[in-house]
Design a protein around this ligand. Sequence first.
Ligand code: HEC
Ligand code: HEC
Length: 451
Amino acid sequence: MAKREVSALWVISVCLPVLTGAIDEAAGETPTRLFTETIAPILKSTARSSCVQCHLAAVDLKDYLLASHEKSFISLRDQGLVDLENPERSKILALIRKGDSDPDEDARLAHQKQRRAEHTALAAWIKACCGDHALRQAAKLAAEDYARPKRPERVIRHALKSRVIDSFIRNVWSHRMRCFPCHTPHEFDEKNHYEEYHQQFGERMNLFRKTPVATLQYLTERSREVTKGRLPLIHLQKPTKSLLVLKPASEKPKKDELGKLEEASSVEPVTHVGSLKIDVDDYRYKSFVTWIQDYQRTVHDAYASAEELPADNWYPTDQFVKIRRGPKDWEENVRVQLFVHAWNDAEQTWEADPIAFTQGQVKTRRKSLIGTLIVLAPKDAGSRKKLDSVEATLAPGKYLIKAYLDSKRRLDSDPTLLLGPEEFYGQAEVKARWRKGNRDAEVVRKELVTP
Ligand code: HEC
Ligand code: HEC
């Protein structure tokens, strides 16, 4: 908002009680004029309102306004967002002020000016409207004519910055030690190897910053730069083409005639001086890609309904499951997903929803397979989990392992896919101890059968 408008507004709001009290007939004009001068510009602006401080998408102050000044007021009034007796206590104003109590000081300050301007404008206009007898008494709007966010509340909460950060911590940040010491300047590194890499390859080695928030900020800001000859760290159009996943899933560059490594490629085919650190079957690869996909859909406001939201509920464990001798008809290198179902004692049946899953590739002629379990917490639990409890565990007991075979190789093009009934292969029961570590993997000994 321009300076001139702010000062004009200040004058109007200060004079308002005098105006409404003194010249009653003229008072009716005031809300209209305020709306035209200070609210209509907010509505017309293509920029996001101050709500963006916490809501990356799905809701905006504009969602609560209509082109008509009367209808805007009536719509707010009928939705209970205006307090007719104490206009300054209106809920819509409280929503704007929410930004003042954000514990993230940088974010609070970054949006302060815009937030205050919006607050001043709405507070003055609402106050003027509440002083207008005709507007207070105006007939109700039909509910379908209300101005309100198009997205349901669950989608709005999913697009909260805090939720995105929480998901980033679980799905990306928690795996940073896989990138140690080359990209982790803030993790203890006795011999200071990071420095060597930094000297040789520069600031781009500084991938994992001091905090998850700083890391996320770096990744998103760097990804906005379009540089020829390199893919972005986070590719918002094609998540699997993000350097963040392509680099660690790639081999070293070739050596030249002198035995020196060629320069690494940051376009396809990508090469990575750090070599292969995350195989595409590794659950970390799924985690990274899942997070980028969700981030992309969130910021593009692509979720229309709660049903479209991803479960966002993966917690890596240190528990492994293994098939030592797979069925003979499994081909080498085919991918298998194993879903773990718990026993429900009260109902004497297997739980319909799996509690954990893993994915692996069939290896050697013995058709063996091993994978780390990822616990699937109940939907929506993700945003409530504490940041330090990123690792989950399964309790010992009776479980059903269901195997799904990717014989059509659907995972090649859609790496975060969870296979469904069409790919079901067979199931087996286990009495699992779920000890930790790869060497104590839980082995499925019974034959996989169809029920
Ligand atoms: C300081 C952060 C912050 C700001 C700024 C903020 N919100 Fe929110 N908003 C939240 C949080 C957190 C929730 C989730 C529910 C809760 O914890 O209150 C939420 C939830 C919502 C919801 C969903 C309803 C609900 O209660 O779950 C709506 C609608 C909403 N906000 C609108 C807005 C609008 C409009 C603005 C800007 C005028 C805004 N918010 C500014 C943090 C914020
Ligand atoms: C042994 C050291 C080492 C490890 C471990 C390592 N990298 Fe790297 N990485 C490098 C080096 C050296 C470069 C710079 C040369 C290149 O582009 O390959 C690099 C480059 C990158 C880049 C490109 C950065 C840019 O802006 O150009 C990304 C992204 C990346 N690595 C991701 C990862 C991730 C994610 C992990 C962990 C899962 C990882 N790396 C593990 C050494 C390593």
